[in-house]
Design a protein around this ligand. Structure first.
Ligand code: HSE
Length: 429
């Protein structure tokens, strides 16, 4: 029986989940993989706090370098998050000939090129299954299960916090700020929720999925990012009336030599499976040229789901430490131009705040028509002559620069009382 020694840097939520799985499921892992994975050391700045499970004597240390420099340890698990010192720990571990496993999507999305290069130089593996969609084995799906496919599109709900907030707003008609405060009180949202609610965490994960799927460099800066802070209960109700849900989606899709990479609130038809993914759950819907449509669903965060993904990487490395050293991610294997958001073509939801007067609808539709935007549905319920009322319009496919041009013109009209709201719509026309 082969034994490999593992060290975990960071005993927070995911570190604790990983340690618990390695300690509690050691027999099962050994029977399945034929490898004895020994948790030799765990480092954390706080080694006093009771994490609610037994850690064998002599395992805990405050010094990450006791792991990084330990000649017996062959896999270093980085679970402290953030950029520094996580990046230095990972690069030093790789230089010392260790394999690295991490859940750190922010670091890989923004500094992954350096880290994967260090791995190539040292002929070591960087496992990052836990970095995207927590317990869902989506990295393995793209690297292995769908390896024979040209990936045509990926639609992901890959941030549990924003999905929880949007689901709550949908079910209870609550305002965004109130729902966020409640999510923070319940511990679902971080004290600083910026990355979650502004689409940044989703974009970090999309960066990794897109590089794996399309053979493009890590392109975090080129991803269009828009969060959920401007979504109102009113928009959610109008979307429902039109047969849609609003979700924060990560979208990657090819169109010839171009690729769209975008993160934004999106209206999705109620009939689509992904629109039914609620609360903190994640889902990734992938279409490949051979396999067709596939969908993967599960928990995207939490100690045990994310720990499950970390341990799967450790098992893979232990079983096959000399895996082929082709750079699976971060390298430019294919040439794709990333489409500017202004050039994308999709359907749109508009909510105009217009005076309820004769001729208003024709003035607005005239501007839309002049910008080549064709209307597919209109809702105007309230009738308050002379006052501003919401006028909701759904369009056929239109080009985004035409949409922003039309809205810019419409918002200058005296019949319009507030800035027009628009949400991109996916689905069939
Ligand atoms: N903040 C993330 C989420 C955690 O809400 O999904 C997992 O990456």
């Amino acid at each position: 029986m082969t034994t490999i020694n593992v060290g975990i840097i960071g005993l927070g939520t995911v570190g604790s989940g990983t340690a618990k799985i390695l300690l509690n499921n050691a027999d099962l892992i050994q029977k399945r993989s034929g490898i004895n994975i020994r948790l030799k050391k765990i480092s954390d700045l706080d080694i006093e706090r009771d994490r609610g499970f037994n850690i064998p004597a002599g395992v805990l240390t405050r010094d990450a370098y006791e792991i990084i420099n330990d000649p017996e340890i062959s896999v270093v698990v980085e679970l402290i998050g953030g950029i520094n010192p996580a990046k230095k720990f990972m690069i030093d571990a790789l230089k010392n000939g260790k394999h690295v496993v991490t859940a750190n999507k922010a670091l890989l999305a923004t500094h992954g090129t350096d880290i994967f290069q260090a791995a190539m130089d040292s002929k070591r593996i960087v496992g990052f299954e836990a970095a995207v969609a927590g317990g869902i084995p989506i990295i393995k799906v793209l690297k292995e299960g769908l390896a024979a496919n040209h990936i045509q599109s990926i639609y992901g709900i890959i941030n549990g916090t924003s999905n929880y907030i949007l689901t709550k707003m949908t079910k209870e008609g609550a305002e965004f700020a109130k729902t966020l405060a409640e999510a923070q009180r319940l511990g679902y949202a971080e004290a600083d929720p910026t990355f979650d609610i502004e689409g940044i965490d989703t974009a970090h994960k999309l960066t990794l999925l897109a590089s794996l799927s399309y053979g493009i460099p890590l392109s975090f800066d080129s991803i269009y990012k828009e969060g959920i802070t401007a979504i109102t209960p009113e928009d959610i109700v109008y979307a429902a009336e039109l047969g849609y849900k609003i979700k924060l989606l990560a979208i990657a899709k090819t169109a010839g030599a171009e690729i769209e990479l975008r993160v934004h609130p999106t209206m999705i038809p109620d009939s689509f499976m992904i629109s039914k993914v609620d609360d903190v759950l994640n889902a990734v819907y992938i279409t490949g040229d051979a396999v067709g449509e596939t969908m993967y669903y599960g928990r995207g965060a939490g100690d045990m789901p994310t720990g499950s993904a970390v341990v799967s990487d450790i098992i893979d490395i232990a079983k096959n430490p000399n895996a082929p050293l082709t750079q699976v991610i971060g390298a430019e294997r294919e040439k794709f131009n990333i489409k500017d958001i202004k050039d994308i073509e999709t359907m749109y939801y508009f909510r105009f705040t217009a005076l309820d007067k004769p001729g208003v609808l024709s003035k607005i539709s005239g501007v839309l028509g002049a910008h080549n935007i064709s209307i597919s549905a209109v809702i105007q319920k309230e009738r308050r002559a002379g006052e501003a009322v919401p006028l909701v319009v759904l369009t056929h496919k239109a080009i985004e620069s035409n949409v922003t041009g039309a809205i810019g013109e419409i918002d200058k009209m005296p019949i319009v009382a507030a800035k027009t709201k628009f949400i991109r719509v996916e689905g069939k026309e």
